[in-house]
Structure formats: C-alpha cells, structure tokens
Design a protein around this ligand. Sequence first.
Ligand code: GCU
Length: 622
Amino acid sequence: MKYALFFAFAFIAAIHPLRAQNNPDNARAVSDNSAAIVQNITARMELNLDGRWNYLVDPYENGFYDYRHQPYDQSASGTGGFFDDKKQTDKGQLIEYDFDRSPTLKVPGDWNSQDDKLLYYEGTVWYRRVFQLPKHPRRRYFLYFGAVNYEAHIYLNGKKLGMHKGGFTPFQFEITDKLREGDNSLIVKADNTRHKDEIPTVNTDWWNYGGITRDVYIASTPETFISDYQLQLKKADPNTLEGYVQLSGGALAQTVNIDINEANIHTTAQTDATGRARITIPVKKLTRWSPENPKLYSTTIKCTTDEVRDDIGFRTIEVKGLDILLNGKPTFLRGISIHDENPLIQGRNRSEGDLRMLLTWAKELGCNYVRLAHYPHNETMIRLADEMGLMVWAEVPVYWTISWTNPDTYANAEKQLSDLINRDRNRAAVIIWSIGNETPLSEPRLDFMSRLAAKAHQLDNTRLVSAALEVHRKGNEAIVDDPLGAHLDLVSFNEYAGWYWGDKLTDLPNYHFSVKYDRPVVITEFGGDALAGFHADPDTRWSEEYQEALYNNQIKMLSGISALRGMTPWILCDFRSPRRQHPVYQNFWNRKGLISEQGVKKKAFFTLKSFYDAIAKKYDGL
Ligand code: GCU
C-alpha cells in the first residue's frame, strides 16, 4: 500500500511539473520558435490564403486558457482550446464557439478599420481559414505570414506549429508532414495587447492595429532548395559583386550557378557540407541602381535540385567625410517619413495599390528617399521602392522607453532587426538600417543600442547604420552629443523647433546646431500639425499657413548645418494616433501630414517640393 501511494505521488509529481510550468505568465514566455526566413519566399508561392477568414473576438483568451487560466495547448492532451476547430455535432459534448457561423475579416488587414466595434480593441482575436492543398511527394511546404500584430500562436489541424512575436516581420513554419488530404484547418490567435517588455513597448504615437496585417500563403520548394542568398556590390568597390548562397535540405554539397544574362555575367560556385557557398564576381559593365535610373537585373540562382529568380539592383552606398556617396557620387537624401497606413481606408495598407499610392505621392513631392517609420514595412513596399527609384531608411520599433535591462527584450529587438535585414538584404533601395527612435539616454540604453548597432554592421557590411538620436537645447543652440552617435554612420535626430519647442517661427533661422560627430547629418523628423482646409494667419497653430511658415523657417534653419545631407520631415500623410485627443484639430489623428486623410495636399507640401526641386538641380543636375 505504502509503495502504491508513493508511486501514485511520483506519477502525479511527474505530470504536475508540466502543469506547474504551465502558469499563464509562462504561456507568454513561450519563445518565438519561427524558423529563419526563406529568402524571396514570394517566388515560391503555391497557395495564396489571403481573403476572408472567420474570426472570434476573445478578450479573456477563453479559447487559450481554461477556467483555471491554464493554457490548453500546453496541457497533457494539448486540446480544448479554440484551435481544436470543433463543431457542435456530437450531441453530448458542449462546444461554445463555431467558426463556420462566425463573421469574417479581410486578410491581409487590421481588425480595427474593418469593424467600428474593434476600432479601439486590444486583445485576442482568433482567425480560421480552411484550405485544400494536394501534396506533391518530393516537395516541402512552408506556411508564411508577412506579419501578424503582435503575438501570434499558429495551429494547423489542431496541432500547434508555434508562436511568433513582433507585429512587422515575416515568419514561417514548415508544414510538409502536417498537411492532410481534403480540408486543412488553419487557426491563428492574434493578440495585440501591449506589454512593457516588448518591442515596441506600451507607449507609441501610432495606432496599435491588430491582426493578420500582411499576406498569408503556402510556399513549396524541392527537398533541397536555395533557402538564402545575397548578391550586392562590395562596400566601396563597384567592380566586385559579393555574397553567398545557402542551401537547405539533404543534398547540401552542390554546384550553384549565378546568371545575370543581361549583363553577361555567369559564374559557378561549390556549396560546402553546410550548404553554403561564398560568391565573388568581378564585374565591369553593370548599370548601377539609382533613383534617377532604378535599374534591376533579372538574376537566376540555380543548383541541381532548385532554381530561384530575383530582380536585383546593384549600387554602392558609403560615407566619406561629411558626404553620403551613392555609386561614388555625393548625394542629398530628399526624403519624407511614412507610416504603413493608408489614410483613405484609415487602416494598415492592404494591397500593392495602397503602397504604390504612398510612394507615388513621395515622388510627386520630389523625393529620392523615404524613411519607413518606425517598424519594418511590407516587403512589397521595399520592392516598389527598388522599382520606382526611392532610397529607403528601414527601422525596427525600438521606440522611446524600452526595457533596456531585460535580456528577453534585447533578444526580441535583435531578432526583429535580423529578420528585417535578412528579408531585404538584396534590395538596392535600402541604404540605411535604423536601430531605433528617440531612445532616452542611460548606460543600459547605450549598451543595448550599441550592441544592436554592432549586430546590424555584422549582418550587413554593405549599408549604413543609424538611429534617431537624442538632441538637447541651450537657448537657441541645439546640441547633438548623444554617445550612441559614436556607433553609427550618420548623425540623425528629430527636432521640433516651431512646434513642441514652442518657438516663434521667425526665430528658427537664428538657431545653431552643434553636432559632436564629423559625419553627414540626416534630419529624421521635423514638422507641425495642420488641419487640412483650416486657413488663418501664419502665427495661428493648426492652420495650413502656420505649417507652411514652419517649413519655410525650418528649411532656412537646417540649411545652416554645413553637414546637412538629407531629411525626412514628419510626415507624408496624417495618421491615426491614440495620443491625439484634440476634438477639433486632431480627433485621434496626428495632423503633421503634408497630405490629409482625404488625400488633400496641404500648402506645406508645395513648400517642401520647391525646396527639393532646387536641391535636385544642385546635386543631380535634374
Ligand atoms: C516623435 C516621434 C513620432 C511622433 C512625432 C510627433 O518624434 O518619433 O513617432 O509621431 O514625434 O510627435 O508627431
């Protein structure tokens, strides 16, 4: 008897550590187990899963935790949650949800702009999509998400594939052995609840759009395939193409061929036992990519078992003294900041058309450069910038008051940075990786940010690394001596003279900037709010005339900085923000756009355009 009891306890103890482990807070600590990004996975698309998905709003995460707040998917049976996709068929069992009879949401798309009841909603929404995909025996299958904000738990046919954190970076799971004949049930738990230790943290000046905000599809590849590659001009060496090819699968040692027919470039290399080959190609006659001539070359990478094609532009970007050299020539970055939001649908961009509209407006403004703030934008946006000839500042949402001393927070930031760089490493348009925005000075912050800067340089030595640094003021002197500047290739900072700094606009030209670092200065933000159609004298805030005068005086002031080599005023379009409560002038919109949410260009749009037209003449003889 005694032994029986002992074994009973031992057995229960054996189970319960699982349970103990499964405390709800731990559920959030479950790590992001999504695999490394497959390069150019769009070229492998087999089945597009965009469209209408059934959904369930679940503010209490009732479909994830049982009434003891234990996560179902970590219980011994791993069942019981909404991911089971059960239907009320069997008389006995009680099923208190039914995706089939639930409403639908568009994917890609945030939920906030699709249902007024969800405009302010932060929490969990369950999505379900049923699909059929006959499997080919010698193919591998990957389920790909362009982005889900913020924390996603993914289930296929009731089985958990994994979890991903980060609302703006892609992730995928291999599902080759999880697909079944007939109907497959794909369920996503998307939770956009903000948390202090996450990236971004709890306070931002943009709308926390939730949901499956970018494309979802199934990609397929041969058993051994080209999972990653990079091909770019060597830093400061326009006569050498450099990069690598990485295979994934059983047959890792192969010959790979790289062909750029139009440039008569043909080379081969051998992958080693790990499936990797370094590539170095001497090149003579290669048209360099530039905003004036955004030349992309059709490039094919082939091995015995696989072939992938990509359109790649080749250019060099470097800093020399106070100059930024594009293809060896000094350039001025005529830019504008952009959020990933279509003001006309008042939500996250959903289609290529939305993205092309924003970049077309930027081109109309006279831009050759855009700052995609404050997080990785859609891959399609970067490919459009490649095609349309716009240089890009790409950023990760290390924004304001991050938990600098939390190692999980750092790991999360570094993962988002790595995913961004890995996704866009072949895009000529991207010239700058930004590791963050307006992060307050402290030793832990400097440690965190300088490690991120080192990571970016380590992952990609062909581009510049920067961030929006801190700036402080003494009277009419603005001082930029943020210690993080020493780790970056450019001096970039936001300054709101004439708006938050409460100055008289006409004082601005008397301002003096003292910058500690001898590097090109690229202003990441300046601006002021204007309600489109509200007209008054230039001293009346919120009027178009005030914004116009602010731009005129800002341009005079900034032209006084001898190292000024670029700017991205804040911002192309008015955008939704939970921090803008003025009932008349804002109504939850940040009105610093040069274009209103109806697509109306404000007076300052033309002020900036004429400045850029003059700069274009000076720099590019345009
Ligand atoms: C900040 C910040 C932006 C914000 C802007 C503003 O500098 O970087 O995200 O929207 O200022 O206040 O309008």
